[in-house]
Every structure is written in C-alpha cells, then in structure tokens.
Ligand binder design. Structure first.
Ligand code: AMP
Length: 410
C-alpha cells in the first residue's frame, strides 16, 4: 500500500512527500479509509505508530475539499502542551502546501500567551489543537465558537482521563454540534475509556494496533541496587563516556527534582523536566536536549510519551515503572529509527514483582549487570515472583494493582 491509494489532493500529497513519509504505517492503513468515509473511530494505538498522521491526513484532505473556509472545522484535544505543540508541528508540515491554518491553544505561560492565542482565534483558523483547560476558558468567555465543527479528535484519551479531564471533556462536548465526526485515540483501553466512547461516539469502527515490542536495537539491562546506591551508579554510567544523550525516568517529580539536584552537585550537566516548571523553562530544557547542548534530562512518565528526539543512546529507569507498558514507552525513547541504544533499569528489593510483570510483557529475561565494586554490595535478592501462579490466582480475585492490564494488549 502507498499513500497514492488514498487519493489525497495534490497539495496534501506534496506535504506527505516533503515530510519523507513513503509507506503508510499499520494504523494509517487501517484508520485513513474509515475516516475518509466519515465514520467515527475508536483506535488503540500508541505514540510512535504514526497515529497522529492517521487522523490528520484524512481530516486535512476533507478540509481541503471543502476549500478551507477558515472557520474552525476541526478540534483536536490532547493532554499536554507538549503533545499539542507536536501535533501542531505535524499539521504545519503536512498542510504546508495547502492554505489550511491551525492554532495551538494550551495553558500555562503568561497573560501574553493567552492574548496571543485569543488573537490567533480571531484571525480565523481551520484547526484548533488544544489542552482541555485552556480551551474551556476560551469557550466560556465566548472568544471561541465551534458551531461549524466537523471533526473532533481526542488524542491520548487515556492520559487525559488520568489527568482528571473527564468533566472538562464532557463540558467541551456541549459546545460542539451533534452532527460531527468523532475520532478517539488512546494508548490503552481501560473501562473508563470505553464508557467515554459509548457516550460520545456514534457507531464507531474499532481499530487495535498491537502493542509494539521494544525495538531489537535496544540493549536492556538491570542493576540490582539499594536506593542509596542509585545516584552514585547513575554518575558512573554518565561518566563512562559511552553515552552522549541520556533520559532518566523517575516515578515522581519529587524524585526528579532530587536527582537533578544531586547530579548538578556532582558537576553533571543535567536538567529536570516536570510540571512545576513554567512553560518557557520546559521548552528550553527540551530544546537544549534536542540540540544536544544538554546531555542529560530527567523526567517522569509524562516525558516518555510524545517526546520524539533522535539520537538518545541511554535511557535510565531510576525506579521500575509500576505499569509494564510504561517501561516500553520509556525505553522506546532510545534506538529510534533502527539505531542502537541502551536501557538500564535500577531495581531495588521491592521492585521484583514489577520486574516480573515487565519481563512477562516483553516475554524476555532482562540481562543483569553486576554492580561496580566501588558502589558497594547488592541487596539480598527476594525469590522471583511466580507469574504462572499469579495468572491462575487472578482468575479468582481482582487483579493486583501491579499486574499488567490484560485488555491493553488487544
Ligand atoms: P506518532 O505516532 O504520530 O507520534 O508519529 C511518530 C513519528 O513517525 C513522527 O515523527 C511522525 O512524523 C512519523 N511518521 C508518521 N507517519 C509516518 C510514515 N508513514 N512514514 C514515516 N514516518 C512517519
């Protein structure tokens, strides 16, 4: 299959070519024909699968056909300003040869940003890409009207619900015409997403893209450590001279801040990335990291979704993620585009069950590396959790909170 099979208009075809896309990805091959037919969809697909273009291309084609009237015809909602900006960049690239315009609307920043976004809306745009909170501010003040909306996209719907946006989404829907196409994308499909889908989609087609396994180019390793040894080990890894670009993931922003402080104290050029920073600070960190002026960035799982930086050669998991799919998201930041990368996970004595769940999801035992002698002795290892027993037990009682969420892998 090629992009020609979709019969996109000439300007859009030129945009696709200029973005360097040759072959549609699996989600694009499945979703594009359905969206072109005007149907609603619910799609289970993650970042890195080409999901953004799978809805942008048919929507851009349809706006092009209607000859861009610069009345908002498309609303795309995403959980974070980073995602909103990345979607906007893809719109700009793909729609470069069309006269379709878009605007990113997100919270944070200062009053100036709010005024700029407001002016942008008044300048008339075809596509608004927004985080829910800021969009509501524009809707309730009457600055933004969505009476002519044709396409409504929810991207990373699971993350939006995790961030507490359910009420906001339902409120936004009251401002939309009932007669519209709704496209819902989510990396996972917990019950609450299905409930949301039932209330806002009409007779949707369902698409499932299987969870992609970690790229073969990633060398996955674990170190068994005490918490007190983690920072020292990270220093050793960062000073080894083997890596030029590193992301470190920690489970909470408190840990992110503390580790950044410790590494800076040890004269390592590292910056934290978390939601307490203002937008300008976050953007500066990401830009410096992308430009390779900053070799080490430390963040929570929010950083593992959406960040599309080439050339990251080391991912460190400061702690073992509770959700095994987050492990795949995190380590997927390295070895992109068939290059090689290393993913190191630090495992303390409480993390065995989480590690077992990850190994069961990736169907592989991760190589254990011996702790360098100068870091001290390793924790006594608890017996490995028997996954087979867990499976049979789970048939009789609710799944343990650490157990992999079975329905995600459909
Ligand atoms: P996404 O899953 O939407 O975040 O996309 C991940 C990356 O794949 C982005 O950098 C896209 O620009 C890129 N991409 C999307 N579709 C294609 C395609 N058909 N061929 C090559 N790259 C693509």
């Amino acid at each position: 299959m090629t992009f020609k099979d979709f019969n996109f208009n000439e300007q859009l075809a030129e945009g696709i070519q200029s973005m360097g896309y040759n072959t549609p990805t699996a989600i694009q091959a499945q979703a594009i024909p359905i969206i072109l037919e005007g149907k609603d969809i619910i799609a289970c697909a993650q970042t890195g699968t080409g999901k953004t273009a799978s809805y942008l291309l048919p929507v851009l084609n349809s706006i092009g056909k209607a000859d861009a009237g610069h009345r908002i015809s498309t609303l795309i909602l995403g959980p974070t300003r980073e995602l909103v900006q990345q979607i906007d960049q893809q719109v700009e690239g793909l729609a470069y040869f069309t006269n379709i315009s878009s605007l990113a609307v997100f919270g944070g920043g200062d009053g100036i940003a709010y005024e700029q976004q407001k002016r942008g809306i008044q300048n008339k745009v075809d596509i608004v890409i927004a985080t829910p909170g800021r969009l509501i501010a524009f809707l309730t003040s009457g600055a933004l009207k969505l009476d002519h909306l044709k396409h409504f996209v929810l991207d990373e719907a699971d993350r939006m619900l995790d961030m507490g946006f359910f009420q906001d989404i339902m409120r936004i829907i009251t401002y939309l015409p009932a007669n519209r196409q709704t496209l819902l994308f989510s990396a996972t499909m917990p019950g609450k997403i299905r409930t949301l889908a039932r209330s806002i989609l009409k007779d949707p087609e369902q698409i499932n893209i299987a969870l992609s396994q970690p790229a073969v180019g990633i060398s996955q390793q674990i170190y068994r450590v005490h918490d007190a040894q983690k920072t020292k080990l990270i220093e050793v890894l960062l000073r080894s001279g083997l890596y030029t670009s590193t992301i470190i993931f920690a489970s909470t922003k408190e840990k992110v801040k503390a580790l950044a402080k410790d590494l800076k104290h040890a004269q390592i050029n590292a910056e934290a990335f978390h939601s307490d920073m203002n937008q300008g600070e976050r953007e500066e960190v990401l830009l410096n990291f992308k430009n390779r002026q900053l070799p080490v960035v430390i963040g929570t799982d929010a950083l593992s979704r959406g960040i599309d930086v080439e050339g990251i050669d080391l991912v460190i998991n400061y702690d073992v993620p509770g959700d095994p799919e987050d492990y795949i998201h995190r380590i997927g930041r390295t070895a992109r585009a068939e290059t090689k990368g290393t993913a190191v996970t630090l495992v303390n004595k409480h993390d065995e069950r989480k590690l077992t769940n990850i190994q069961s999801l990736i169907d592989k035992k991760i190589e254990e590396i011996t702790l360098p002698a100068d870091i001290g002795s390793i924790p006594e290892q608890k017996p490995q959790f028997d996954n087979t027993k867990r499976k049979s037990r789970n048939n009789r009682r609710p799944a343990h909170k650490d157990a992999p969420k079975g329905q995600k892998r459909s």
